[in-house]
Design a protein around this ligand. Sequence first.
Ligand code: MN
Length: 160
Amino acid sequence: MKYHFNYILPFVIVLFTACNNNQKMEETTQQNETVFPKGERITNDNFTGTVWLNYLAETDTIHNVNIGSVTFEAGARTNWHYHKGGQILLVTAGKGLYQEKGKPIEIIKKGDVMKCPPNIAHWHGATPTEAMTHIAIGTSTNIGGAVWLQPVTDEEYHNK
Ligand code: MN
């Protein structure tokens, strides 16, 4: 019996170590990945900085919503804009900023849900130092979509 135990033990140790390393690797990967790929880089003038968009669901004759995952690299943000049918933001990664006209800038982070009321000018984006990803849900798209306004200046973004 002693012979068998000494023979098997090193293999048990190797197996245990391998499993433990795998678990650590999975945990690290989960922390760095978002559910949806970041998609294509946005090249229009409605944004400042580097922003990525993955369209997840477009409005159709049955569903009056459009849904996209938007990733803002540090310093990036939308222009000022409003949504005729409103919008809901689900923050899925990182830390960002949200501001409605005439109100203070709010910090938003992974797990936060923001409701943007219809026809209220606002902007959203990353913080100056951290990226942020949110799923943007355009609601009541039968009423209307986004109306784009002027860029958020550096003074506005840094709240000077
Ligand atoms: Mn918006």
